[in-house]
Design a protein around this ligand. Structure first.
Ligand code: SAH
Length: 249
């Protein structure tokens, strides 16, 4: 039996946003590896072993997957959204680069998924229709001064900005500080989107001016998007549409 690894993105939540390519890999797998809530989204079946682990052991999980594939198993590593966006694909390649040379002969594929940023943007309208950037606000894997520098420079360059991992219980103050920086650089009127649990039954969307944004509007299931100076709101019955025009002038 020839082993392989597919690093697959499960999309933001709903089954409808899982690509057929990912479903096919899952149907052929012998082993699925991932963080507990992501593995819970994979249906059990005979012949499939589900391996769950805590979120902070990405490298161990990658080594586990490589070891299983080297033994001939067919392994899918699952991430939410896209596996290349603040997720397992990079962790796998870090383990591959540092590991035994034989691992490099393994069949390894990255199967893209719909990342939270794009799912959230689509629900709100088209806030990322012109130039934008994505920043992970967690300081688990990088120092806070670097986050602050990137935030300021992105705001000054007038990008629309998408923020992953905005706020967690272990980092309650970072997002408060991020909002202060954004208000300083973008002013109080700039629209900010809080898109929580997009494409799940708990989904909620809220757009407010930066001056009215409070830290408790975000948690670890929230995608935050701040518009550029060109981003506009179309008011209408129900929720407004948030969009950024195609041209800069
Ligand atoms: N690889 C994932 C991102 C992992 S980082 C992807 O491509 O989407 C985890 C962060 O993604 C969360 O803290 C949150 O900011 C965002 N996120 C993931 N799923 C989400 C969803 N359904 N709705 C809103 N934000 C989500």
């Amino acid at each position: 039996m020839t082993g392989w690894i597919a690093v697959a993105g499960l999309g933001p939540g709903t089954e409808a946003l899982i690509t057929p390519e990912v479903s096919e890999a899952l149907s052929k797998a012998t082993d699925v590896i991932g963080y507990i809530p992501y593995v819970a989204r994979v249906a059990e079946r005979p012949g499939l072993t589900l391996h769950t682990s805590d979120n902070r052991v990405e490298l161990d999980r990658a080594i586990h997957a490589l070891t299983l594939a080297a033994e001939g198993r067919k392994v899918v590593i699952v991430s939410s959204g896209d596996p290349g966006v603040f997720a397992m694909a990079s962790a796998l390649f870090e383990a591959l680069e540092a590991g035994p040379f034989e691992w490099r002969a393994l069949d390894i594929r990255v199967l893209p998924g719909i990342t939270a940023m794009l799912a959230a943007a689509a629900k709100a309208g088209a806030p990322l229709g012109h130039d934008f950037c994505a920043i992970n606000l967690s300081d688990n894997l990088k120092p806070w001064p670097l986050i602050e520098r990137r935030l300021r420079l992105a705001a000054q360059a007038d990008f629309a900005m998408a923020f992953y991992n905005p706020r967690s219980k272990s980092r309650p103050n970072g997002f408060t500080h991020a909002l202060e920086i954004l208000r300083e650089e973008c002013g109080d009127d700039r629209p900010i989107l809080f898109a929580r649990a997009v494409s799940t039954p708990e989904e909620s969307l809220r757009v407010v001016p930066l001056g009215q944004a409070t830290p408790d509007m975000a948690d670890m299931r929230t995608m935050v998007i701040v518009g550029s100076s060109r981003t506009r709101l179309i008011e209408r019955p129900g929720s407004p549409i948030l969009y950024t025009p195609r041209s800069a002038e």
